[in-house]
Write a protein that binds this ligand. Structure first.
Ligand code: PEP
Ligand code: MG
Length: 951
């Protein structure tokens, strides 16, 4: 099967660790100082391994490989080789960690009676032993492999290396988690001069020598590090000599000649003859697959996708079946439903008289499955039946590879098919409606990241850019992307690290490009179909992709794309519509998508199941409306400081307040701010009619309102506004500057030092609340005091809040129900939570600061060392992204328990960035918190994660 087709599936749970920060950064790019947004996360591991480097490395190893070394490990009792064949199997689908996904599912398909070419799987544990054993096969394993081989030979009535009854094998990798194209595969193994002659007499000369030259090429490249191009050169020269264009036009005797030339390549490049002993070939191929687990590109892929804790790759050795034995043979791949849209219809591609590589070579374009239905109705009927059997058995949409050899259908692989967010939701809802699964199972079938895809932006008005469409390719992965053109994966990574949005434009992508593909906001390729590498990888990540855009010509060396008369340079802006395949010149405006139809039904199931509430972090009426649309059950955090940046007048008033030397001056400045705050609170209360709104008192260090780069301008403005001299302003600014602002004059320390500040904010909140209540809006204000470390700090602010409330109520001749609580962000607060709970009606864990202070890692500077920590495995995750359950989580659990012991009615939630991260949400739900609060875009993700943990 071709590598393109093998790559059909990509682990779609790839954790887009940068999402939150990117959203923050995009949303508040002009307010980044006040947000204290963390630096963009640097991708783990920056080395991109180029094929040539792998090959060079392999060549060096080839010498050593060809002369086996004796093995020092003791024999083990553990079973390491598991055989399978129709109706007989030693494994099952539950054994993925031992047999890899491919091996476990081959065993399962065989056990339910589907036609699977007989074979055996060498376990992942054997791979681990091999790695630990200095890359030698562990003792006894070879004998077990030979036992497995014997069973396959008996099943097939054919024998490895026997010219009269030749058995050819495929040797494929297969880890517990799919890593498409990252590890090695060898096909047609077992051929040598004698076996090829034997095969020729049974199946025809052309077929035999075509298989032989393919094997020599693949084995040399994959196992011995001889570049594929060395073989390709010979092939091209021969075609030139013969005056032909297509490989298919080569005759049997041409191919025979080519085989001799390919054998010479071995001697020329590695100074050794091609190993003609089939058992030796098998041993070397198995080792190559084991070695590929450890290759730089596989390691990089695992690091990008957060794949940890696996033992290694399994090796699947199967009898070859051939799709290239004439017009009654063929090969194909399919999904049992459309993976992009979820439509219930087989979705796949088929090639008559072909092996998978023919698709990669680009010689022939695959056709749809109707071709197979017409040409091979019997095999097609069996395939359709198998799809139904597999869906009913796995209760999921499946991704299947198959081959037809002389009208006989063989199932080569099956696994749960990866799908887009849209597809995932539709499939889950349809399967419930079809009675195949219940709503609880459906909720488990959609990954939280799938929803992330559904929430990706779309173009504001697709009709408006029609005149700017410069090319059209295949709509390979839905969504919209806007970015600057970049031509190679390394540059894409570098640009991403500089905070640029880029679109990776390639003739086609390969697994070595994954780092750059991940870093890009969108991918455009000139070649490749809907199942090409770029398409599959992008779909898995929910990244916009247009593939097979044949109108474009990519010139990597000159760094230009040529489309007709147009020449696009590196750095030019383009936009992609992954849902239509359109390539558009320039930057097109994007809008966030809506939640409708199946998604609404699906989310209602999730909401019925979950117990923990999901609130949103929103600072403006617009954010609040977006949050509500996404299903937020209230506002868990309104950062009031963000309101100060909404206009020049506001920021001027804030700066006056900061500059004030006397209380009177400060009060005068605060009086200017009050109406702004009140009107914003009114907007938020209105948007959240009937739901609680938690408003946090001012939190950030004051100097953040005086960004360094703008100081001259600020000083000029302030001297004009306040009558202070420039020197006075400078000296006041100097006084505000701090060595450790994150541990400095911020949080409740501001409100305690300047009570008039708290008074103004509280007054604005209650005036807004009463005014809206009078208009019939249901308002539930909750006032939250930030950065508490001692109960005394809280009690100071609580009595201030309650005092102001009383005054406002009496001024307005009314009263309101409200709560006063605190954030738990300082470890000390968590340790004395019982005392703090006596003063607080609610706790909201500020896990951003709590993580900062528990680890002692500055939120602003963690980017300097975090990538090193991640690449060296000192940390498994960025703790600002994924909650550190062992440390920070323990503080949360402890504080929740002791807080509730002191005040049983205590409401407990979390409002740090972890509130929208699925594994952290699961932790908070299990810890018994009442709610999580996250950014409006992540609300649906949190709702689903909360439901999944409840199931
Ligand atoms: C927190 O610290 O988790 C929090 C929500 O507050 P901020 O990020 O505004 O410091
Ligand atoms: Mg905080």
């Amino acid at each position: 099967m071709s590598s393109v087709w093998k790559d059909m599936v990509i682990r779609s749970t790839a954790n887009d660790v940068c999402t939150t920060r990117l959203i923050l950064k995009e949303k508040f790019s002009d307010q980044i100082g006040i947000l204290r947004a963390q630096p963009l996360c640097t991708r783990r591991g920056s080395t991109v391994c180029r094929g040539s480097r792998i090959r060079a490395h392999r060549r060096m190893e080839a010498q050593a490989i060809l002369s086996p070394v004796s093995d020092p490990t003791p024999a083990t009792d553990k079973k390491r080789v598991f055989t399978f064949g129709k109706g007989r199997t030693e494994g099952n689908k539950g054994m993925k960690s031992l047999l890899g996904g491919k091996g476990a599912n081959l065993a399962e398909m065989a056990s339910i009676g589907l036609s699977v070419p007989p074979g055996f799987t060498i376990s992942t544990e054997a791979c681990q032993e091999y790695q630990q054993n200095g890359k030698h096969l562990p003792q006894g394993l070879w004998e077990e492999i030979l036992e497995g081989l014997k069973i396959v030979e008996t099943d097939m009535g054919a024998f490895l290396g026997d010219p009269s009854k030749p058995l050819l094998l495929s040797v494929r990798s297969g880890a517990a988690i799919s890593m498409p194209g990252m590890m090695d595969t060898v096909l047609n193994l077992g051929l040598n001069d004698e076996v090829a002659a034997g095969l020729a007499s049974k199946s025809g000369e052309r077929f035999a020598y075509d298989s032989y030259r393919r094997f020599l090429d693949m084995f040399g490249d994959v196992v011995l590090g001889i570049s594929h191009s060395k073989f390709e050169e010979k092939l091209e020269k021969m075609k030139q000599r013969k005056g032909i264009k297509l490989d298919m036009e080569l005759t049997a005797s041409d191919l025979k000649e080519l085989v001799e030339e390919y054998k010479d390549v071995y001697v020329q490049v590695i100074g050794e003859k091609f190993p003609s002993d089939p058992k030796k070939q098998l041993e070397l191929a198995i080792k190559a697959v084991f070695d590929s687990w450890d290759s730089p590109r596989a390691k990089k892929y695992r690091s990008i996708n957060n794949i940890t804790g696996l033992k290694g790759t399994a090796v699947n050795i199967q009898s070859m079946v051939f799709g290239n034995m004439g017009n009654t043979s063929g090969t194909g791949v399919l999904f049992t439903r459309n993976p992009s849209t979820g439509e219930k219809k087989l979705y796949g591609e088929f090639l008559i008289n072909a092996q998978g590589e023919d698709v990669v070579a680009g010689i022939r374009t695959p056709e749809d499955l109707d071709t197979m239905k017409k040409c091979m109705p019997k095999a097609y009927k069996e395939l359709v039946e198998n799809c139904e059997i597999l869906e009913a058995h796995y209760k999921d949409m499946m991704d299947i590879e198959f081959t037809v050899q002389e009208e006989r259908l063989w199932m080569l692989q099956c696994r749960a098919g990866k799908r887009t967010g849209k597809g995932a939701v539709k499939i889950a809802v349809d399967m419930v409606n079809e009675g195949l699964i219940n709503s609880h199972t459906a909720v488990k079938m959609v990954e939280p990241q799938h929803l992330d895809q559904l929430l990706h932006p779309q173009f504001e008005d697709p009709s408006s850019y029609k005149d700017s469409v410069i090319a059209k390719g295949l709509p390979a992965s839905p969504g919209a992307a806007v970015g600057q053109v970049v031509f190679d994966a390394d540059n894409a990574e570098a640009w991403h690290a500089q905070g640029k949005s880029c679109i990776l434009v390639r003739t086609e992508t390969s697994p070595e490009d994954v780092g750059g593909m991940h870093a890009a906001v969108g991918i455009l390729t000139a070649r490749g179909g809907m199942t090409s590498h770029a398409a599959v990888v992008a779909r898995g990540w929910g990244k916009c992709c247009v593939s097979g855009c044949s109108e474009i010509r990519v010139n990597d060396s000159e760094k230009v794309v040529v489309i007709g008369e147009k020449v696009i340079q590196e750095g030019d802006w383009i936009s992609l519509n992954g849902s239509t395949g359109e390539v558009i010149l320039g930057k097109q405006p994007l809008v966030p998508p809506a939640m409708t139809g199946e998604l609404e039904i699906f989310m209602s199931w999730a909401d019925n199941i979950r117990r923990i509430k999901v609130m949103a972090n929103a600072d403006t009426p617009d954010d609040a409306l977006a949050a509500r649309k996404n299903g937020a059950q209230g506002i868990g955090l309104c950062r009031t400081e963000h309101m100060f940046f909404a206009s020049d007048e506001r920021i001027k008033a804030v700066r006056k307040m900061i500059m004030a030397v006397t209380t009177e001056q400060r009060k005068a400045a605060l009086d200017l701010l009050l109406p702004y705050q009140r009107s914003d609170f009114e907007g938020i209360f209105r948007a959240m009619d009937g739901l609680p709104v938690t408003i946090r008192l001012l939190d950030p260090p004051l100097h953040e309102f005086l960004p360094e780069g703008e100081i001259d301008e600020i000083v000029e403005g302030l001297t004009a506004d306040t009558g202070m001299s420039a020197d006075e302003v400078h000296s006041r600014i100097e006084k505000l500057s701090e060595v450790n602002p994150m541990l400095g004059f911020r949080g409740c320390r501001l409100g305690i030092s300047y009570p008039e500040l708290t008074e103004m904010q509280v007054r604005a909140i209650f005036q807004a609340a009463i005014s809206l209540t009078n208009q019939g809006i249901k308002v539930f204000p909750e006032i939250m005091v930030p950065l508490i470390g001692t109960p005394e700090e809280l009690s100071h602010q609580v009595s201030l809040v309650r005092g102001v409330a009383k005054k406002v109520f009496s001024e307005w001749g009314t009263t309101l129900t409200y709560k006063v609580g605190t954030m738990i962000e300082i470890p000390r607060a968590a340790l004395v939570a019982d005392e703090i709970a006596k003063e607080a009606e609610f706790f909201s864990f500020g896990t951003n600061d709590l993580t900062q202070m528990t680890f002692g890692y500055s939120r602003d500077d963690v980017g300097k060392f975090l990538p090193i920590y991640l690449s060296q495995g000192i940390l498994q995750n960025d703790p600002f992204e994924v909650l550190d359950q062992r440390g920070v989580g323990q503080l949360i659990k402890m504080a929740t328990e002791s807080g509730r012991a002191a005040r049983p009615s205590l409401k407990v939630g979390i409002c740090g960035e972890h509130g929208g991260e699925p594994s952290s949400v699961a932790f908070f739900a299990k810890a018994g918190l009442d709610y999580v609060s996250c950014s409006p875009f992540r609300v649906p993700i949190a709702r689903l994660a909360a439901a999944q943990v409840a199931v």
